[in-house]
Design a protein around this ligand. Structure first.
Ligand code: COA
Length: 173
């Protein structure tokens, strides 16, 4: 596979990307089979009914998907959005693809009026790079629930407030 670059094209994913998405999620090695099933269910829903409950963005290199995000408004909140999944193909990691995907995802959330992004991850050692990634993108640890996922596997919640839209786009009265 040719080396992807941070200039990967960001676009809505297609149903035909599902096979590569499934392979990509599995090849990260951090997700359990039940988590992979849930990721693919959310991917299917985001592609079949974009924006109904879930939104998706894909990163493409030479027309081939190398990463994606799945996100959506958090029910029963005022303009809080959840980042449900972000995955970058292991062969395409550390090249800026994840950063670019997150920047575009945050822009999309902001365009929908979102004000706060929440991400949940694990305290496990193999999620160290994931935590480093969120922290590099200015996500701040907001909560820590010991033993949430499993004994010894804690939930870490990161949040990031988004800048409000530029003043000229705010309409009064
Ligand atoms: C987390 C993940 C999406 C990051 O994607 P990526 O394209 O590799 O990230 P980027 O190249 O944009 O990295 C941006 C910054 O994050 C930090 N970072 C990313 N990966 C890191 C790693 N392995 N170790 C330390 N810091 C890391 C760095 O500061 C990096 O900037 P730099 O490369 O200039 O130093 C990717 O590692 C991944 O898919 N992991 C497995 C799946 C996962 O854990 N998903 C989240 C849970 S749902």
């Amino acid at each position: 596979m040719s080396a992807p670059t941070p200039t990967a094209v960001i676009a809505a994913p297609r149903a035909s990307d599902r096979v590569r998405v499934a392979a990509m999620v599995e090849s990260t090695g951090v997700f359990r089979p039940d988590e992979i099933d849930v990721a693919l269910e959310v991917f299917d829903e985001a592609v079949d009914q974009p924006g109904a409950d879930y939104h998706a963005l894909g990163a493409y290199e030479d027309g081939r998907i190398v990463g994606f995000t799945l996100y959506g408004p958090t029910p029963c909140t005022v303009a809080t959005w959840d980042l449900y999944w972000i995955v970058v193909d292991p062969q395409a990691q550390r090249l800026g693809v994840g950063r670019r995907l997150m920047e575009r995802t945050q822009e999309a959330v902001r365009a929908h009026g979102g004000r706060l992004v929440v991400v949940e991850t694990s305290s496990r050692t193999d999620y160290g790079p994931t935590r480093a990634f969120y922290e590099a993108l200015d996500y701040v640890r907001a909560a820590h629930i010991p033993g949430y996922y499993a004994p010894g596997d804690d939930l870490i919640v990161y949040t990031k407030p988004l800048d409000p839209p530029p003043a000229e786009t705010v309409h009064h009265g």
